[in-house]
Design a protein around this ligand. Structure first.
Ligand SMILES: [Zn+2]
Length: 230
């Protein structure tokens, strides 16, 4: 079932791996069919070198197994919370990519310092609050999703398609699994640039608001004009 979506989710997972964002099996990507309300996600613990479409797992939004011979990724409950919280997201990615994870471990949001950031993220890439001991013990993966949703209660997940989970690492999302992965690749690059920028000049400060708006809105929204007219 959902063979086309499976092919896309497989390719998204492999791209995370090929781009060097995944060590061992530390990461995953998923996609959702919004009409059928079914999510396709990477299986737990299967090495990327061996990953094939038939290993992927189909679950419903309650996490019930619909198709697959393997257990879904242990992060599946986080993905499901995010699909419910962000109705326009049709793909989600997670990694422990090096520079984004360094920011998450340093417990710092990534400030918008330049146009590379602004092309994809309309403002700071936020950091969640830490999970409480009760949340960690009660339902770690669900609460990880909840703390991300809480962080976006005052933010637009379409304008800022990614987050750093406190002491953990990045999650990103998009209109498809492949766009979620693109946002993950960009987030990692932006994290690396911001790290270097603040090493050279700790007082750099955020970019001008006008420049942030210019770069974000020329690529996104009703008045966008970047790229080829479709
Ligand atoms: Zn993780």
């Amino acid at each position: 079932m959902l063979e086309q979506l499976k092919a896309e989710v497989l390719e998204a997972n492999l791209k995370l791996y090929r781009k060097g964002l995944i060590v061992y099996t530390w990461g995953n990507a998923s996609g959702i069919d919004r009409d059928k309300e079914l999510v396709i996600i990477k299986p737990s613990g299967v090495p990327y070198e061996e990953l094939k479409a038939e290993h992927l797992v189909v679950v419903d939004l309650d996490g019930k197994l619909v198709e697959g011979d393997y257990s879904p990724s242990s992060d599946t409950p986080t993905h499901l919370v995010l699909y419910k919280a962000f109705p326009k997201a049709c793909g989600i990615a997670h990694s422990h990519s090096l520079y984004a994870t360094i920011w998450a471990q340093a417990k710092r949001a990534i400030p918008p310092l330049g146009t590379t950031h602004a092309d994809y993220f309309h403002g700071e890439i936020p950091l969640t609050r830490p999970l409480t001991p009760e949340e960690i013990n009660r339902g770690y993966e669900v609460e990880t999703g909840n703390v991300i949703a809480e962080t976006f209660s005052r933010l637009d997940p379409e304008a800022i398609p990614g987050v750093l989970v406190y002491s953990h690492g990045p999650f990103t999302w998009g209109k498809s699994a492949s766009q979620a992965v693109e946002n993950m690749i960009v987030l990692e690059e932006v994290a690396r640039m911001a790290w270097g920028t603040l090493m050279l000049n700790p007082d750099s400060g955020p970019m001008a608001a006008e420049l942030l708006d210019k770069h974000f809105f020329r690529k996104h929204g009703a008045d966008s004009y970047y790229g080829q007219k479709k």
